[in-house]
Design a protein around this ligand. Sequence first.
Ligand SMILES: Nc1ncnc2c1ncn2[C@@H]1O[C@H](COP(=O)(O)OP(=O)(O)O)[C@@H](O)[C@H]1O
Ligand SMILES: [Mg+2]
Length: 297
Amino acid sequence: MGLEMSQKAIKSVKQLDIDDFKILEAIERGMRSHEHVPVKIISIISGFPEDEVVFILDKLHQLELIIRWIGAYVGFELNSNGHDSLALNTLVRTNVIEAIGMPIGVGKESDVYEALTPEKRRVVIKFHRLGRISFRQTRRLRTYTAGKKHLSWLQESQIAARKEYVALKRIHPIISSVPEPIGQNRHCVVMELIEGEELSNILEIEEPTAILTEIIEIVKTIFRSCEIIHADLSEFNILITPEYSTIIIDWPQWINKKHPNAEAILKRDLNNVLTFFKKRFEISEDLIKVQNFIQHG
Ligand SMILES: Nc1ncnc2c1ncn2[C@@H]1O[C@H](COP(=O)(O)OP(=O)(O)O)[C@@H](O)[C@H]1O
Ligand SMILES: [Mg+2]
């Protein structure tokens, strides 16, 4: 479903003009204070007269970029196509990307596509999608927004993208074992395309011990030099390149090493990795020993 939606957004962007985007933006802004944004508010925010707003809303509705809500009053909200269109338009206008290509991954909380920069470099665009699925997920995602109430899927997705971008910006200059960050807007992160296989898909490998050692070294450097703990580390978020480099992806949940639960979360990250290597490759490493090495060794 997610993929279809992003593709629809890509098609829509080409059919929209500046005024259409202004109305989409006005709805987005209105959604900070209104669940369903009335025409009047859209008119005030955009500076467009109401009859013009209504005309453009019709077009946006036909393109399936907005939802029309009819209740005590008529209100509008963006759907995820509309949100995607806004982000894509900004990323294209600011020369971060020029075009978008094939889907390369659908995660639980994102859609990932190949994209092309104006310099024709192949990159990745990740659309964060929070609040798409279930309860279990929303509970987990509370960590992004602790203390702040009533955030919409729209705001939560944007916070996740910004947070992931911050992690990549901090880590990549220190160690290139994460994708290079290229740009960010709203719920999207543009980053280096990693040609690699998810560790979870690798059934056999020549030197699994060397891979495990490298993962531990990377986690250590990121912990020590960047003060960052991944907090969702597992075989699904580790890519192995054809040259056997290890790249760690999927950073929106990271925490600072001074976080009150840092030790437990670091331990959980390491335990995920060690358990995988034990099951898949029959390599045993002691969790406490590894944890000590990262924190103090
Ligand atoms: N920079 C990248 N290069 C290549 N593939 C990627 C990249 N980022 C993500 N992917 C692919 O997309 C999938 C989902 O991305 P991920 O960042 O793990 O998000 P999610 O939170 O949805 O799991 C990954 O498992 C991977 O296969
Ligand atoms: Mg992932």
